[in-house]
Each structure stands twice: as structure tokens, then as C-alpha cells.
Design a protein around this ligand. Structure first.
Ligand code: GCW
Length: 715
């Protein structure tokens, strides 16, 4: 008689794993058991037998992933072979023809196709094919995602390729492991123990990235330390690059412009100096010798005190091209940031990047990309799209989003960033004509760019769950999915993430997706409604401080940005003010020139509006402000209730963590509401707005709060 012992044991193990308290370490790759459903048996049959053609580290990674995932999800332990035949099951096949139809060679390399054929008596087959092993790896994660979401096999799309070439994380991690604007512990990159300790966490990081198609990572802070370019550190970088390579991830480093002086005592870092150029060429050669697929350099120059070509009377193109020529022979690129504003220029900070880069359009080498933040100031809760998008037809222009929530409640507030990213990607630049959205610009559709990039400033640290807030993981997930397909829907991505990470219960998925989709508007309302911006605490950017006006520079003061006075509030950027709107296409200039035609979401970005100005809804500006601050607070209270309602469907440990954080978020939302309304009220000349609940503390109380150890703002 056949013994049922092993099966029983497997089942017990299966459910034991399912019931274990979760700490979030596994991210969306937790591979929870797929619940009983019509597809389960089909998945099980398919998972029984897997062939992976070709031998290599990426194939090994696919095998490892399938061996981990399938038993956990389906209770099926797959058998493996490396020769594809006529057997049923899942076949990963290298096929040079698979990418036919794609425009760019890089797309062909990273695409994969999925073909399903139904066979008699459990003879179903799935063939995943791609010209490259990396394409197959993407295909394997894709299959696992479909199974986790219980999508019927027949409905799986047939072929897909990324729309953006470099789907990238930018870590602002210092070599001493301090993470600038990091709220989830210290850096995951332990430079001290590298290259010797190739911790499993590096592999898990690579798996997570590859699973959402992220294929590039800049390991170090843009406020750069030249030490990472020394031989000692190149060995450490190499160790990471070796771990990441099988997962299709290429490593970039931030390059400090003054490195030739700092590391080798050159008298200058002038980009037109032959010795300086030779230094960078040698440095590039040394890096490529250790890391043949090194991606290139990410550079912050002449911004916030970082050295750059302007120190020598040269411009950004001189600097970027000099470095680009050093990496060009090896196929590398230089990503040069457009986040620049001068220490001296009294010009509206909003305008400075455009002013510096537009005259240089067409002057950059073909392996230079200009990386532009989504908005013109600095990752505020809501910004209009950056005027540089669409304004550089001859210069590859990339998107820089910020995943780490520097201005969005750190890792304490639940804020799903997809609606905000969508708002920017869908914005029509009207350049060169109507329909040229920001997404079209950065995918190279508006202008033919070869190197396209979407970067996210990482929100990752060594916290057990990587991101601090369990929901902050969704923003990491989002970056990959959106960079793969910048047309992807915010809700679809949320649902995917929820179903893989938190629960498979349909009702709970609906509720959690509602929480996520409303969370960005909530934070905008309780922090900076109606186009207010940069009114956070100085330096650390924690909490409200609209009163702050003692910074050494005018444009580091909150009062510079909101300009509240007896007449009104907001920054006049029309022709009567700084005229920043002139940097946009005529369509937007017309919209934003007058208060009446400006979308209220951006109102105070562009206008100094009288307190008693009547808005289209009949309320005065001041009353509307009260209403929106309150709406923000109410939205968090509603999120709390919704979250409580899904307690039974989510792991208890995870659920309680989120509940605790939501309580803090609610009290901080009230703090924002009270501090801002109390501060603005005397300027408004009006009574406290009726729409808002009475403040919990006095203005002095809020003004006297101090946060000397707020995270992310040290060294
Ligand atoms: O948002 C600001 C941050 C700085 C950051 C800078 C930048 C890395 O406050 O911490 O520096 O932007 O993007 O360069």
C-alpha cells in the first residue's frame, strides 16, 4: 500500500508556513498558498514539470525561484530538465526569433512571450520564450504573478517588452551606511564587510528588483563620496555586481566631480583639462575591468554645494560629455541630474533647471541622459510637471521620482504614490504638439531617444521589512511596474501588489485598494492643499513649519514658498510675478495665467490669491483651505476604519504594524491641519475656518516642537 505520510507532511508544512506571523521580509515574493479555485489544478499540473533551456547563472536563478515558489504556492514540487521536448508543463526556451517586431535591440533582448496550449489528459503546456535568459527570468516572475493572482491561463497576454530601457533605483546611501532621506534603517549595502560577506539579502534584493523588471541600480548617494571610486571600493562594488548580474541588474555609481583632485591630487577637475579627462578614462577602464557590464555614472553637479563644471566656468554639457567619453568605449552612459539651483542666483528656484539646460539642448553626447525630477521644486506632495519635459527635443530626458517619502510623511504615513506618478506621466506637455504627454517624452515617443530612464529614489533600508512601512513596499513595486509600462493603471498595480503581499480575499483586496488609491489625495489635503508647497520643517522636512524663515538662503524658507500676507497667499509665477509659466507650452501659459482658469490643485503654485477670493464652488479660498485640511484628516480616519475591517484577511503582525502607523498618521495629519490653519489665520483676517475641527494645541505649542533626531537628515 502506498503511504500518505509524505503528502500529509507536506500539507502540514504548507499550512504551517501559511499561518506563520509575517515580518514583511519576503515582500511581494512571499508566495502564499494559492487558494482553491478553478485554476489551481491547472497550475499544479503545469508546475509539475519544468524545462529551462541553456545553462547559466540566470537559468539557475529561474530554477531556484520556481523551486521556492511553486511548492509554497501550489504544494507542487517541480521536476526539472534542460531539454525542451513535447512534454506537458512549463518550458522556458531561448529563442532568437522571440523578439521580432520590437523596435529597439534592447527591447528585443528583454522581451518574453508566453504561449499556452491545452493538451488532452492534463497535457497542457506553456512555452515562455525570449532571445535572452533575462527575458526568461522576467517571464518566470510573470508566471508566478499570474498564478498568485489566479488569472486563468488562457487570459495571459502573449508578448511583452519593457517600454523604458533603464528601470532604475537610485540609492541615496552613504558609504558609512547612513541613508540620506532614508526612513527604513541604515543602508542594505554593508561596505565594511564587502566584498567578503555576500549576504543573502543582496540576492533577495536582486530577486525583488528583477521580479518587477528593475534592471539598474545606483548604489551610492548623489551627494557623492569619491572613495567609492578607489580600487578598494571597486572590489566591493564588483562583489555586488556579480550577485546582481544573473538577475539582469546593472550597477551604476555616483561620481563626485572633484574626484580627480580628492583621490589623486590633480590640480583641477576642469572638464576641458586633458589630464582630468585622462583621469576619468583610466578610472572608467579600471571599473570596467572589474565590472564589464558596469552601467555608468549618475552625477549631481553644481547643485546644493556639489562640485561641478561651473566651478571652472564650464557648463553641464562640458562636464557630462567629458565623463560620457570615458565610459563610451565600454558602452556606459552618464545620467546627469537636472536638479540644479544656484547658491547665488536670486531667480525663482522653479525656473533654474530650465534656464540652465534648455540652452544646452543638442549639446550632449549620445550616451548622456538628463534626469529630471517630476516637478520643478523638489518632490513635493503635489507639483505641476517639470517644464523641462518636452523642452529638450535633442537631449535624452529621464524621469526621477522619489519613492522615499521625504516630503510625504516619511515611512510612517501610508501613501501609495501611483496616482501622483500617473498625474505627471499623463500630463500633456503640448511639446511639440498636443498629445505629447510626459510619458511619451520619457519613453522616447515624442522625440527619438535611445537611452530612456525612469528612476526612483529608493525607500529601502535594512529594516526587517526593507521599507519601514509595510505599504511603502508598494511604491518600490510600483516603480518597476510603471517603468516597464508607463501606461499601467494605478489600481491594477495596487491590486497586484496587495494580492501577492497581503491577502487573496476579494473583499479585502477591494478595501485595501481603495485605501491605497485615496491615500495620496489625503496627504496632499492635510499637508499642502490647493498648491501650497515646501512648508515642512527645516532640514529634516518632518512636520509643518510654515512660519520658518531663518534659513541662510531665502529659497530654503517656507515663507519664500507660501508668501502669506494680508493680501493673500501663494507664489505668483505668472507674467506679473516670476513668470515661470513662460517655460511651459502656450496651452499651459493660457491656463495658468489667470486664477479663474487654473486647476485649484495647482492654484497656489502659480498665484498669490486673495484670502476671500471666491472659488468656482462658491467658497472663499480661506474656507476652502479649512475644508481641505479637514478632508485630509477625515480621509486618514476613514483609512483606519477600512483597515480595521480587513483584520481577519491579513497577517496579524502585519495588520497591527499598519494599524499603529495609521494612528500616528492620524495624529500627524491633525498636527499639520492645526499648525497650518493657526499660522495662516491671522494673515487671512478671517475667523478660524468653520470647515475644520478646532485646533488641539496652540500655535506656540507647534512652533516650539523640535526634532533633533528626525531621520534622514544627518551624515
Ligand atoms: O530633496 C532634496 C533633498 C536632498 C537631496 C536633494 C537632491 C540628495 O532634501 O537631501 O540630496 O534633494 O535631490 O539632490
Amino acid at each position: 500500500m502506498k503511504s500518505h505520510g509524505p503528502i500529509l507532511l507536506l500539507l502540514i508544512l504548507f499550512f504551517a508556513v501559511a499561518a506563520k506571523a509575517e515580518d514583511g521580509y519576503k515582500l511581494w515574493l512571499r508566495y502564499a498558498p494559492v487558494q482553491q479555485g478553478p485554476e489551481l489544478n491547472r497550475y499544479r499540473q503545469l508546475a509539475g514539470y519544468i524545462t529551462i533551456t541553456g545553462e547559466g547563472p540566470t537559468q539557475a536563478a529561474i530554477r531556484r525561484e520556481m523551486s521556492t515558489a511553486l511548492p509554497a504556492m501550489l504544494g507542487t514540487t517541480p521536476g526539472f530538465s534542460s531539454v525542451a521536448g513535447a512534454e506537458p508543463g512549463i518550458h522556458f526556451v531561448l529563442d532568437p526569433q522571440a523578439g521580432i517586431g520590437y523596435q529597439h535591440p534592447w527591447q528585443k533582448e528583454q522581451c518574453f512571450s508566453v504561449k499556452y496550449s491545452e493538451g488532452a489528459n492534463g497535457g497542457d503546456r506553456i512555452i515562455v520564450s525570449s532571445p535572452s535568459a533575462i527575458g526568461l527570468l522576467y517571464g518566470s516572475f510573470y508566471l508566478l504573478r499570474q498564478m498568485a493572482m489566479q488569472i486563468p491561463v488562457g487570459q495571459w497576454p502573449t508578448i511583452t517588452a519593457p517600454a523604458i530601457r533603464w528601470r532604475m533605483l537610485n540609492h541615496w546611501d552613504n558609504l558609512n551606511r547612513y541613508v540620506e532621506r532614508g526612513y527604513a534603517g541604515i543602508s542594505i549595502f554593508n561596505w565594511h564587510t564587502l566584498p567578503g560577506d555576500t549576504d543573502q539579502r543582496y540576492t533577495d534584493y536582486a530577486r525583488a528588483n528583477a521580479s518587477v523588471g528593475i534592471n539598474a541600480v545606483a548604489l551610492t548617494n548623489v551627494n557623492a563620496n569619491a572613495t567609492v571610486l578607489t580600487d578598494q571600493y571597486i572590489e566591493k562594488v564588483k562583489a555586488l555586481a556579480d550577485i546582481f548580474r544573473p538577475y539582469g541588474i546593472r550597477v551604476f555609481l555616483t561620481a563626485r566631480f572633484s574626484a580627480p583632485i580628492e583621490l589623486d591630487k590633480l590640480p583641477t577637475a576642469d572638464p576641458t583639462d586633458a589630464q582630468v579627462a585622462a583621469w576619468w578614462q583610466q578610472k572608467a577602464a579600471a571599473i570596467y575591468k572589474a565590472i564589464p557590464d558596469f552601467g555608468g555614472f549618475l552625477v549631481k553637479a553644481n547643485s546644493e554645494g556639489q562640485p561641478g563644471p561651473q566651478n571652472y566656468g564650464r557648463n553641464h554639457a562640458d562636464g557630462a560629455n567629458m565623463m560620457a567619453r570615458a565610459v563610451a568605449p565600454f558602452g556606459g552612459i552618464v545620467i546627469w541630474r537636472a536638479f540644479v539651483y544656484s547658491n547665488e542666483t536670486p531667480e525663482d528656484r522653479f525656473k533654474q533647471a530650465y534656464n540652465e539646460f534648455v540652452p544646452l539642448d543638442g549639446k550632449f553626447d549620445s550616451n548622456v541622459v538628463i534626469q529630471v525630477k517630476n516637478g520643478p521644486i523638489d518632490f513635493q506632495p503635489r507639483e505641476p510637471f517639470h517644464p523641462l519635459f518636452g523642452a529638450l527635443p535633442h537631449t535624452q530626458t529621464a524621469m526621477e521620482f522619489q519613492l522615499t517619502q521625504e516630503y510625504l510623511g516619511f515611512a510612517t504615513h501610508l501613501v501609495y504614490l501611483a496616482p501622483m506618478f500617473r498625474e505627471v506621466l499623463d500630463a500633456d506637455t503640448y511639446r511639440p504638439q498636443q498629445g505629447s504627454t510626459v510619458a511619451n517624452v520619457i519613453t522616447g515617443k515624442s522625440y527619438a531617444y535611445n537611452h530612456t530612464v525612469m528612476a526612483g529614489v529608493a525607500n529601502i533600508g535594512n529594516d526587517i521589512n526593507w521599507c519601514g512601512h509595510p505599504f511603502a513596499q508598494a511604491n518600490w513595486y510600483l516603480l518597476g511596474r510603471l517603468a516597464w509600462n508607463p501606461a499601467a493603471n494605478a489600481e491594477t498595480i495596487a491590486r497586484e501588489w496587495i494580492q501577492q503581499t497581503l491577502t487573496q480575499d476579494a473583499g479585502a483586496i477591494n478595501t485595501i485598494s481603495k485605501i491605497m488609491l485615496g491615500s495620496h489625495e489625503a496627504v496632499v489635503n492635510y499637508m499642502t492643499p490647493l498648491g501650497l508647497h515646501h512648508i515642512m520643517g527645516n532640514g529634516h522636512h518632518y512636520g509643518p513649519a510654515p512660519w520658518f524663515n531663518s534659513a541662510p538662503r531665502e529659497d530654503w524658507n517656507c515663507t519664500y514658498f507660501h508668501r502669506a500676507d494680508a493680501k493673500g497667499i501663494g507664489f505668483d509665477r505668472t507674467s506679473t510675478g516670476s513668470n515661470a509659466i513662460a517655460q511651459y507650452a502656450t496651452y499651459w501659459q493660457r491656463q495658468w495665467e489667470s486664477v479663474g482658469t487654473t486647476d485649484t490643485r495647482y492654484l497656489l503654485w502659480f498665484h498669490h490669491v486673495p484670502w476671500n477670493y471666491t472659488l468656482a464652488n462658491g467658497r472663499t479660498l480661506w474656507d476652502q483651505m479649512g475644508v481641505q485640511y479637514q478632508q485630509g484628516v477625515d480621509a486618514v480616519a476613514a483609512m483606519q476604519k477600512q483597515w480595521e475591517s480587513v483584520a481577519a484577511s491579513v497577517d496579524t503582525q502585519q495588520h497591527q504594524k499598519v494599524s499603529r502607523l495609521l494612528s500616528i498618521q492620524l495624529s500627524e495629519a491633525k498636527w499639520w491641519r492645526d499648525a497650518c490653519l493657526l499660522y495662516f489665520q491671522p494673515f487671512s483676517g478671517n475667523p478660524y475656518p468653520k470647515g475644520a475641527a478646532p485646533p488641539l494645541q496652540s500655535l506656540d505649542y507647534y512652533k516650539n516642537l523640535r526634532f533633533p533626531n528626525a531621520p534622514g537628515n544627518g551624515q
